[in-house]
Write a protein that binds this ligand. Structure first.
Ligand code: UDX
Ligand code: UDX
Length: 430
């Protein structure tokens, strides 16, 4: 099939390259000329494991093309995916300007029957808005459907090729059959295919992320209680996770959830609920709990440093919102590091994905490109992101100072082992 994906960011590029990998002819379009220029040279500015290989392979096989030219991309396409940014407005609602711009632009080039599919996370009812916009521009036959993405950064290719489910929102049989045949190579491997209404598909995405975010805030608050009653939250997490109705995943306590989706999508569904005069009190408290979590962690840091943060040398191992990505969007470190810097700490950080522009403005916050150099003079080591290379460190060899402390915000290490090695070790919920 001939596909066009508008928006060649994380989601658009994964979507386009994976569809090409299934044998389709795909054109990835973007308004960012530089991004398209570097993609044409096989350069990807996105840190996503496996993405550059799959792009290169399909680009060389001429199944994957890149362009900024709407006419060429739309006229040849049977299905057009919208994967452009939907950033939050100040009130948390999703900004649809890019979706509208892309829709008006593509409408000009509908030369035969096409299906326009929203891949970006869009507020409930956006597919109707898109349909009306296109209808105002052309009398050609077309359909609009919703096909939300459930890609996790760091495992996006695998999540695309082996999803738990494919959700297609359209009650138009012809459109549903065409989209289903596009996903055939994935469905025949056993993935569940759910056809529903467009609004339901749009809500499924928000409701999924809202629930996953709630699971995380839930276990984070249980962890707070565990610290007070001296119970290991990991045992609680295993104990409740064995219940099939709860499930063991997304029950790991941490410094707060971050990323480009959970924070944005939870705020967006709250804005939608407000618009429909509905109170989603559970997601509201999930968001509040997550946004306040850094205060609890900073209190703990202050306590373990005997309230003496000034001039203390603190090392962050990892600053991204999760491992295997360079994405800093709403990472907990963006709140923790500036606050500790303000309290007079001298901060070094190491992250496998490299130096971060976010911290350049702070005098005493420095990127160090080797773990050993980042740790050797530390008073406190904070394990912020669970990158694999932090999982087997010999701290006694790494840190020259005596009585240094370790705050493991991801419970990477065994509490028992660390204490038995006479390390001043603190975890989350343990
Ligand atoms: C995007 C949405 O932000 C997210 O809500 C949705 O779930 C999936 O698509 P992501 O791919 O991470 O997520 O966004 P981003 O990495 O910012 O890429 C968006 C791309 O769209 C950028 O390359 C941008 O240049 C491009 N774009 C934006 C267009 O091509 N046209 C536009 O009008 C606006
Ligand atoms: C999420 C959803 O998982 C995905 O389905 C959706 O399409 C996009 O948003 P992503 O944000 O890429 O994916 O990462 P995810 O692995 O979900 O982690 C999100 C945040 O939750 C990270 O900050 C992570 O550290 C945190 N997290 C995750 C926890 O704190 N505990 C957990 O058990 C799992």
């Amino acid at each position: 099939m001939n596909i066009c994906v508008i928006g060649s960011g994380y989601v658009g590029l994964v979507t386009g390259s994976c569809f090409a990998n299934c044998g389709n002819n795909v054109t990835c379009l973007d308004i960012d000329k530089n991004r398209i220029k570097s993609l044409k040279k096989g350069k990807i500015d996105i840190y996503e494991p496996g993405l550059s290989d799959i792009v290169e392979r399909n680009f060389n096989a001429k199944r994957l093309k890149f362009t900024t030219n709407y006419k060429e991309a739309i006229e040849n396409a049977e299905i057009i995916f919208l994967a452009v940014s939907t950033p939050p407005n100040s009130d948390g609602s999703a900004n649809l300007d890019y979706i509208k711009n892309a829709t008006m632009e593509l409408s000009k080039y509908i030369n035969n029957y096409k299906i326009i599919v929203t891949k970006s996370t869009v507020p409930i009812g956006t597919t109707y808005l898109i349909k009306n916009l296109i209808k105002s521009q052309t009398d050609k036959e077309f359909d609009v459907a919703s096909n939300p993405e459930f890609l996790k950064e760091g495992s996006a290719i695998n999540d695309f090729m082996f999803p738990d489910r494919i959700v297609i929102g359209t009650h138009n049989t012809k459109a549903n059959n065409i989209i289903k045949s596009l996903y055939e190579p994935i469905i025949k491997k056993g993935t569940k295919y759910l056809n529903t209404s467009r609004k339901c598909a749009e809500l499924i995405k928000y409701a999924s992320n809202g629930f996953l975010a709630t699971k995380i805030s839930y276990i984070n608050e249980i962890a707070n209680l565990c610290e007070k009653i001296n119970v290991n939250v990991e045992d609680v997490s295993i104990g409740i996770g064995l219940d099939q109705r709860i499930g063991s995943r997304f029950l790991r306590p941490g410094p707060a959830y971050g990323g480009s989706c959970f924070p944005k999508d939870t705020r967006a569904i709250l804005a939608t609920a407000k618009k429909f005069n509905t109170n989603l009190s559970i997601i509201k408290s999930t968001v509040k709990s997550n946004e306040q979590r850094h205060k609890i962690l900073l209190d703990k840091i202050s306590k373990i440093l005997n309230n003496k943060i000034k001039k203390k040398r603190i090392t962050f191992l990892g600053v991204t919102f999760k491992p295997n990505t360079d994405d800093m969007r709403e990472s907990p470190s963006l709140k923790l590091i500036p606050k500790l810097h303000k309290s007079g700490a001298i901060i070094s950080y190491y992250d496998p994905s490299g130096e971060k522009i976010d911290f350049k403005k702070y005098k005493n916050v420095n990127f160090v490109n080797k773990i050993s150099n980042a740790c050797k003079n530390s008073d406190l080591i904070i394990l912020h992101t669970e990158w694999n290379e932090f999982k087997n460190l010999n701290f006694k060899r790494l840190v020259k100072k005596r009585n240094f402390l370790i705050y493991d915000m991801r419970n990477i290490y065994s509490h028992k082992k660390m204490i038995s090695n006479n390390l001043n070790y603190f975890g989350i919920g343990r």
